[in-house]
Design a protein around this ligand. Structure first.
Ligand SMILES: *Cc1c(COP(=O)(O)O)cnc(C)c1O
Length: 466
């Protein structure tokens, strides 16, 4: 399998190449040169497999010759061994035709673990073969940082430095990062906002000599392997509800468009997925695009579902590339104009290609609280403020007779304040995190200055190279 950039000016790479590269040099995102396809017989042959085996089989065509099936299977088994559910991704029925798939049974209680647990092991494998080391640097507003830390702490071939905005993450989120102790990990609490953290990471990557010397590598959601690790659970949902004979719809709480893009990939592979419903909070740029062809940037407003508080969904570029007919020059031109004007211009015909596939739904904070309370009163099911938006979207747009699966992206205990506001109590953390508030924290406070951050990265790398 070869991977090409959505903007057409970066080298074609194999899977290991895109894993380590992250973003393409031309500013584009890597996508598979063609979508692997599964016949109805291929889909039937996947029925009843344990999740890790299903995942390895679904991912194999994307990995190509880079990693053997046996290695991929070992990696998938290790990645999901410690999940808090034997099904890994249990499916729960909430009503006639309404289902939710819980993607939050990993170590950090959010769906980011689904791909990140694979990523840490894939990096280790590829870097061991090449006898190389890398330094993972990332900025986080919460969930991505902890998932990356759980995946990369104590890995032999990587150092990891995560920047979070000092005092601006939830306490659960901060403690999930700062109570992990490993020689290859550094947590930096930056005196600034999440945007400052992200700008500092971008500046570090733009410092070419530093980037090369430290062998910086990115594991944010533009890395193709993050999308890949999310495709298998859509296949699992289809199989559980009758694939290949029966179609399902999916509803996905969306921020950077990575999770729902994995659903699109599963559909392109031949899985019987009908509509993909994009569920957003009041930061509703995708909702506006899909309902009114209005993709214009406005300021991010904080909400009760912070992991969906985004301005520009970076993975949308991969869908744009598809709906514009895989024309890299047009994608590059559209994205450049979007950056300049703050408004994405897509032709009526291409927009209709998107709306034929994707539905959209949005809830503001008050509606989110009411939905959490209503669902709990009716069924005793407690959903986090992100997941509940997907569940409401599923209820609102269900087609009678077609099951719709809402992806549950985080455990409710990760957002105790919002849950308490909605239902009057704080949900307990699962057993493996029950003592989170008693654990020792380790992090370094730094000013929002490139030189200070680079000095910390260098110190971490030098310590471990010695
Ligand atoms: C990251 C995240 C999302 C958004 O997922 P995208 O792939 O960025 O669209 C939704 N919910 C939770 C809890 C998350 O952590």
């Amino acid at each position: 399998m070869r991977y090409i950039s959505t903007r057409g000016q970066a080298p074609v790479r194999d899977f290991a190449g895109v894993l380590l590269a992250g973003l393409a040099e031309d500013g584009g995102l890597y996508v598979p040169e063609s979508w692997p396809s599964l016949s109805e017989a291929d889909i039937r042959a996947l029925r009843g497999l344990p999740y890790p085996e299903l995942a390895a089989r679904v991912m194999l065509p994307y990995v190509g010759d880079c990693i053997s099936y046996d290695t991929l299977l070992r990696i998938a088994r290790e990645a999901y061994a410690d999940f808090g559910s034997p099904a890994v991704v249990p499916l729960v029925q909430l009503g006639t035709d309404i289902w939710t798939m819980e993607l939050f049974h990993g170590p950090t209680l959010a769906f980011k673990d689904m791909a990140m647990q694979l990523l840490g092991r894939l990096f280790d494998h590829v870097l061991t073969e090449r006898d190389e080391r890398v330094t993972i640097v990332g900025a986080t507003s919460g969930d991505t940082g902890s998932a990356a830390i759980e995946a990369f702490a104590n890995r032999a071939r990587a150092d990891i430095v995560i920047l979070h905005p000092d005092g601006r993450t939830s306490e659960v989120q901060r403690r999930q990062m700062t109570t992990v102790h490993a020689p290859n990990l550094r947590n930096l609490a930056v005196a600034g906002t999440f945007d400052d953290c992200q700008d500092l990471v971008k500046a570090m990557f733009a410092d070419v000599p530093f980037r090369a010397q430290m062998r910086l590598s990115a594991i944010n959601s533009i890395n193709w392997a993050r999308i890949l690790g999310q495709i298998p659970y859509y296949v699992a949902a289809c199989l559980a509800l009758g694939a290949p004979e029966r179609e399902i719809d999916v509803a996905v709480p969306t921020g950077n468009f990575g999770n729902v893009l994995a659903a699109y990939a599963a559909k392109r592979m031949g899985l019987p997925i009908g509509r993909l419903i994009v569920a957003t909070n009041r930061n509703d740029i995708l909702y506006r695009f899909l309902t009114a062809r209005d993709m214009s940037v406005s300021g991010v407003e904080p909400s009760l579902s912070p992991s969906m508080d985004i301005q520009v969904s970076s993975n949308f570029e991969r869908l744009l590339f598809e709906i514009q007919g895989r024309n890299p020059a047009l994608t590059a031109e559209t994205m450049t104009a979007f950056r300049r004007t703050g408004r994405m211009e897509v032709s009526e015909a291409d927009w209709q290609k998107a709306t034929a596939l994707f539905g959209a739904y949005r809830l503001d904070d008050n509606e989110t609280l009411a939905a959490i309370a209503g669902l709990y009163a009716k069924s005793g099911y407690l959903a986090c403020p992100h997941s509940v938006i997907g569940i409401e979207a599923a209820r609102a747009q269900v087609r009678a007779g077609t099951p719709v699966v809402a992806m549950a992206t985080a455990h409710p205990a990760k957002f105790p304040d919002a849950i308490e506001q909605a239902v009057g109590f704080r949900p307990p953390l699962p057993a493996h995190l029950a003592d989170l508030y008693e654990r020792n924290e380790a992090y370094t406070r730094v000013p929002a200055e490139l030189s200070a951050i680079e000095a910390e990265v260098r110190a971490t790398v030098l310590r471990n190279a010695a």
